[in-house]
Design a protein around this ligand. Structure first.
Ligand code: ATP
Length: 137
């Protein structure tokens, strides 16, 4: 029988951040955002820093993830993320300060490794800022 919901699991090395039955999940794939509905064909996707969105009934929820992997199955989506925060748990001032530090480091970078680390930190911060600002709307 066709399923009407998907079980969404968002897991980090520290904790399970989401474990809920949802209607749809959207995630920041490495090659662009993708959506998964119940009964989707199985696939595995690498994620980049960004927002994971999911809907339960009329309610849209937002998370920030710093990258990882998504496994999409017909009845379940599992997101393994390095870090993940529900939008409502994000400290917006901390994320803004992290973005500023990262931008400063990008200006002062000494080598390629500095650049990559600072750019990754900047992208994590931007994802958190976007998710937190959306949650306030
Ligand atoms: P910062 O420099 O502010 O620590 P960061 O990008 O280096 O930011 P991470 O190493 O990605 O931080 O995350 C460390 C831990 O802190 C993780 O558990 C992550 O979920 C949490 N975290 C990071 N930034 C925030 C934030 N703005 N609000 C809430 N939790 C956060």
């Amino acid at each position: 029988m066709a399923e009407k919901t998907l079980q969404l699991e968002v897991v980090t090395p520290e904790q399970t951040v989401v474990s809920e039955a949802v209607d749809i999940v959207m995630a920041p794939g490495y090659f662009g955002e993708f959506g998964a509905l119940p009964n989707h064909i199985p696939f595995l996707a690498q994620l980049q820093p960004g927002e994971v969105k999911y809907r339960i009934g009329g309610q849209l929820e937002y998370l920030a993830v710093s990258g990882g992997y998504a496994e999409v199955l017909p009845t379940q989506v599992t997101i393994l993320a390095t870090t993940a925060e529900r939008a409502t748990d994000i400290d917006l001032e901390r994320a803004r300060a992290a973005r500023e530090r990262a931008e400063q480091r990008l200006k002062e970078r000494q080598d390629e490794m500095d650049f990559l680390r600072a750019e990754a930190a900047r992208q994590r911060a931007i994802a958190r800022i976007q998710a937190a600002e959306r949650a306030k709307l």
